[in-house]
Write a protein that binds this ligand. Structure first.
Ligand SMILES: NC(=O)C1=CN([C@@H]2O[C@H](COP(=O)(O)OP(=O)(O)OC[C@H]3O[C@@H](n4cnc5c(N)ncnc54)[C@H](OP(=O)(O)O)[C@@H]3O)[C@@H](O)[C@H]2O)C=CC1
Ligand SMILES: O=C(CO)COP(=O)(O)O
Length: 349
């Protein structure tokens, strides 16, 4: 089937927005890549590069940089939102002032908002007037921008309350190096994508402390257990956590030097302070804010999340990374599956 080519706006020209713009351009779509940084837009249009975020990459001709949000969104129905979670309200606020016709909005961010405890779909629903929104789709999964921009084999999942919209987005992105699956479980997809960053920070810490593969495997597995416990209590399908947006993203983020969350954790494990780490990162480390949100969610839903709580103490209460690991290892003995089985029982699953 020949796919119809679209004009698509990608809002946010960081690592992920740029890599996704490349996938869309490779599929023949005309991409308007918006950035709030005029110098970066000039570089995208004059040099066809985005050196701060993807230094090795030459951008396809079908990508055009836009400094005006109004021009980028003019007449466009398909919009990809690729900014950090903390910028979403502000950027949607600017978008709604200039959008004239309803859009399908695909977000690709991985976070939960502290204090409100809203998932990103819920933040968008709160900020964007319903008459300007056809559908919200989430795209998530194990996918470092650095590898996608080199066109290396990658798999992701799209999800939406309207699966027909998810399938349209699947068709826009899918190609021979970027394979896109669908999953109707929006809650599970968003919770898995957000919370894996907490575990990636913790995995970086144990690597930084000099611990080995056993510790890494423990964190990935027990991290998945606490993510699944919270997500299932929030209404997710527990099987989603065994998929790309659950275990898949945990593996890639906990084991890759590309992960900003792993890199930040690694520096913490080596003794740097949180402020020192964030000052030098130059890109978003979503897991820090998400740790706060997950800590609050665990209390709200009365779910045990020992790794999240240990990381919370390191990030916000001055606990040393070594004491945090010792505390986790010294907890009272417990059953491996009991808590999740109990939660499944409460939901009659
Ligand atoms: N990088 C990756 O491999 C992947 C990232 N993600 C997720 O995608 C989301 C975006 O991440 P990523 O692209 O990596 O982040 P980066 O830090 O690489 O880029 C963020 C981009 O958003 C811009 N931005 C930040 N704040 C604002 C604002 N208030 N208004 C307008 N633009 C803003 C930044 O501009 P400026 O340059 O001025 O700071 C930059 O262009 C995150 O939630 C991340 O978890 C998901 C999958 C893979
Ligand atoms: O989500 C990602 C890969 O799937 C990117 O992870 P980081 O934000 O830790 O770099």
């Amino acid at each position: 089937m020949v796919q119809e080519k679209e004009v698509i706006a990608v809002i946010g020209a960081g690592s992920w927005g740029t890599a996704l713009a490349m996938v869309l351009a490779d599929n023949g779509h005309n991409v308007r890549l918006w950035s709030h940084n005029e110098n970066q837009v000039k570089e995208i249009n004059d040099e066809h590069t985005n050196k701060k975020y993807l230094p090795e990459i030459r951008l396809p001709q079908l990508i055009t940089g836009y400094a005006s949000l109004s021009d980028a969104l003019n007449g466009v129905e398909m919009v990809i939102l690729a900014v950090p979670t903390k910028a979403i309200r502000e950027v949607i606020g600017k978008m709604k002032a200039v959008i004239k016709n309803p859009i399908t909005l695909t977000h690709v961010s991985k976070g939960i908002e502290p204090d409100t405890l809203l998932r990103i779909t819920e933040i968008i629903q709160e900020e964007m007037p319903s008459e300007l929104l056809k559908d919200i789709v989430v795209l998530s999964g194990p996918s470092h921008a650095e590898e996608v921009s080199l066109r290396q084999p990658t798999t992701v999942t799209v999800s939406s309350e309207n699966m027909a919209a998810a399938e349209v987005v699947q068709d826009l992105f899918i190609n021979n190096y970027f394979r896109v699956y669908t999953n109707p479980d929006v809650i599970g997809v968003e919770i898995g994508g957000a919370l894996k960053n907490i575990i990636a920070l913790a995995a970086g810490i144990t690597d930084g402390l000099g611990y080995g593969d056993n510790a890494k495997a423990a964190l990935i597995t027990r991290g998945l257990a606490e993510i699944a416990r919270l997500g299932t209590k929030m209404g997710a399908n527990p099987l989603t956590f065994l998929g790309l947006t659950g275990i898949g993203d945990l593996i890639v983020t906990c084991t890759s030097v590309h992960s900003r969350n792993w890199r930040a954790g690694n520096l913490l494990g080596k003794g740097k302070t949180l402020d020192e780490v964030l000052e030098n990162m130059g890109m978003v480390v979503e897991g820090v804010r998400t740790t706060k949100a997950a800590y609050q969610l665990a209390k709200k839903y009365d779910v045990k999340m020992p790794i999240t709580f240990a990381l919370y103490d390191v990030l916000f209460n001055g606990k040393t990374t070594k004491d945090a690991v010792d505390g986790l290892m010294g907890r009272a003995k417990t059953h491996e599956m009991e808590d999740l089985v109990n939660i499944l029982g409460e939901r009659n699953l």
